[in-house]
Design a protein. Structure first.
Length: 201
């Protein structure tokens, strides 16, 4: 009788433990945070470009959407998947020059690690460069193709969206040359009517 009671008690305890283990196995497992194993540039680097990119390397496969970044001074950051174990981090707007930045790298809402950098002392204003580049692309879209030369003429920009056709010979058919130039403009992906054309000798 006593032996049966002990065995019954053991069976009940075993059943409870088995049940608890079963339900525990159904609980969502907390993912182990990835470990940073390297970066380019190295942490605490100086002379970082004000529009530079940081590459973060981890010990396992990661997903960019699980990461967020806050910084001091405050700035917005773009996070992209570089490879299965790497992220690229880039400021959305140009950073201030000669300024120390502290980046808090968060993973699934929790602080994973901190990255420090100091920006370069540069006199180059990238916003001005980008603005000039944009203006060139808008007003001189064929600048990279100029001058365009043929045996009887040469083409170059005279001013914004105005192509000057410089004739190398007298008594030439200007209409034929103009059509040739317009065809060349079209071949370069532009509407021929987007430009004005002038002739000179």
């Amino acid at each position: 009788m006593f032996k049966f009671f002990v065995n019954k008690k053991a069976i009940i305890i075993f059943s409870i433990i088995t049940t608890l283990l079963f339900f525990y196995s159904l609980l969502p497992k907390k993912e182990v945070p990835p470990i940073l194993i390297g970066s380019t540039p190295a942490n605490s680097s100086s002379n970082f470009s004000t529009i530079g990119t940081i590459i973060l390397k981890y010990d396992r496969a990661i997903a960019a959407e699980k990461f967020t970044i806050t910084s001091i001074p405050e700035s917005a950051w773009q996070i992209k998947q570089q490879s299965d174990k790497q992220l690229s981090v880039k400021p959305i707007n140009q950073l201030s020059r000669i300024t120390p930045y502290t980046l808090n790298i968060n993973w699934q809402g929790e602080l994973l690690h901190t990255f420090y950098l100091t920006t370069e002392d540069t006199q180059t204003d990238y916003e001005i460069i980008n603005k000039v580049k944009s203006e060139i692309e808008k007003n001189y879209p064929l600048a990279a193709k100029i001058p365009y030369e043929q045996p009887g003429f040469k083409v170059q920009y005279q001013k914004e969206l105005t192509l000057e056709i410089i004739l190398k010979k007298e008594n030439v058919e200007r209409d034929i040359i103009l059509n040739t130039v317009r065809d060349w403009v079209k071949e370069n992906g532009l509407d021929p009517d987007s430009h004005t054309y002038t002739f000179s000798n």
